[in-house]
Write a protein that binds this ligand. Structure first.
Ligand code: PLP
Length: 376
């Protein structure tokens, strides 16, 4: 059988034809009709006023922090259980990340811990300048509790929705919750443009500023005049065309990933000691990745046993994110919480989750997992 990857790109015929259209039109630079259309379509999807197409999700996070005027010494509270890009963006602007543990109910930032931490920071007169919330593995964070707390202290929220394009929470789309929200079109995400990101917001002044900064901050003049530090972060029209084609199949891709998750839950429910990432009520995760926790006592094998068993059959799986507060590069940073994210990292395994997985492939993966547990 051929190799099964964790989350490979799944392209569409429409993406191919739009890409060729962009190529043939000679609009191959970070400017052109597909860039503008892709921005409009993302804004509509996230129900936002504006969208700015960028080279990556990381660039979107970086620009968000620049727009909020971060300076060295400022603190940004963020989820510890995430991909490094979230925390790295905070460091890019010289600010200091403070990591908040996960809520066992969602694996996302714990709203109670955040509330306590902000109350404490308020007493100390050192509130963070922003809160950067991650929508983990396709599931939105608990915004009905996070947003009011941040609002109480007037702290802007950045939503890292890189993993959650297409998700919903209380009838609102992912990307609609932050003052600034960010999507990613990296190769392993639910849809890919071959790379890219999108910043969405309701503030026209921020969107205009992001556009300006992403194009090297060129002041209006016949020559090249710069009074601000700029970045080369604008998305190519080729990638925007590809992304537009992919956006058209997003509902199918979400359905496929959700079906994978349902398959895993059903096929593995007979095994003791396997538990899937909890799904919040009134929330529709895309299950960008299907993640389960392996309790070695009950299951009879460890997470690593399962991973190695699958790897032996050319099937890719991966431990859950290693929390940022445990990463050597963030060793010196403050962490608020206990052992929730750490336990998820220790026992969590991301299973093959691609939208092109076939039923026979899913059956093989589940069969191998069950056989690991029985020591076969
Ligand atoms: C992928 C990812 C990013 C970065 O997106 P890129 O487009 O790869 O730069 C940021 N945050 C999270 C949570 C991600 O999973």
């Amino acid at each position: 059988m051929k190799q099964i990857l964790l989350s490979p790109p799944h392209m569409s015929a429409i993406a191919r034809s739009l890409l060729l259209d962009a190529f043939d039109s000679n609009w191959v630079a970070p400017e052109g009709p597909h860039v503008e259309a892709f921005e409009r379509e993302n804004a509509a999807l996230a129900r936002r006023e504006r969208a700015v197409a960028l080279t990556s999700g990381t660039a979107g996070l970086h620009l968000s922090l620049v727009l909020l005027g971060m300076e060295p010494g400022d603190e940004v509270y963020t989820s510890t259980l995430t991909f490094a890009a979230t925390a790295n963006a905070i460091r890019y602007v010289g600010a200091t990340p403070v990591f908040v543990d996960s809520d066992p109910a969602s694996w996302n930032m714990d709203p109670d811990l955040l509330a306590e931490a902000l109350a404490d920071a308020d007493r100390r007169g050192k509130l963070p300048k922003a809160v950067l919330v991650v929508d983990l593995y396709g599931q939105c964070a608990e915004y009905d509790r996070i947003l009011p707390v941040c609002e109480r202290y007037g702290i802007p929220v950045i939503e890292d929705a890189a993993e959650a394009l297409g998700a919903r929470y209380q009838a609102r789309p992912a990307g609609s919750f932050g003052d600034l929200s960010v999507f990613s079109f990296n190769g392993n995400k639910i849809i890919t443009a071959g790379g890219g990101g999108m910043l969405v917001t309701d503030r026209h002044d921020w969107a205009d500023r992001a556009r300006f900064l992403a194009r090297q901050a060129r002041d209006p003049a016949p020559h090249y005049e710069h009074s601000t530090l700029g970045f080369n972060y604008a998305m190519s029209n080729l990638l925007a065309a590809t992304g537009r084609g992919q956006l058209q199949v997003l509902p199918q891709r979400v359905r496929a990933r959700r079906a994978n998750n349902a398959f895993y839950r059903d096929a593995l429910k007979c095994a003791p000691g396997l538990e899937f990432m909890p799904a919040l009520p009134d929330s529709e995760s895309t299950f960008w990745l299907s993640v389960m926790m392996v309790d070695p006592e009950a299951f009879g094998a460890t997470r690593n046993d399962v991973r190695e068993k699958l790897a032996g059959h050319d099937i890719e799986s991966r431990p859950a994110w290693k929390p940022m507060h445990l990463q050597p590069v963030y060793r010196d940073c403050r962490f608020i919480g206990g052992g929730v994210a750490e336990a998820i990292f220790e026992a969590g395994l991301c299973l093959p989750s691609g939208s092109d997985l076939t039923t026979p492939q899913l059956e093989v993966v589940c069969d191998l997992i069950l056989r690991t547990g029985r020591g076969l």
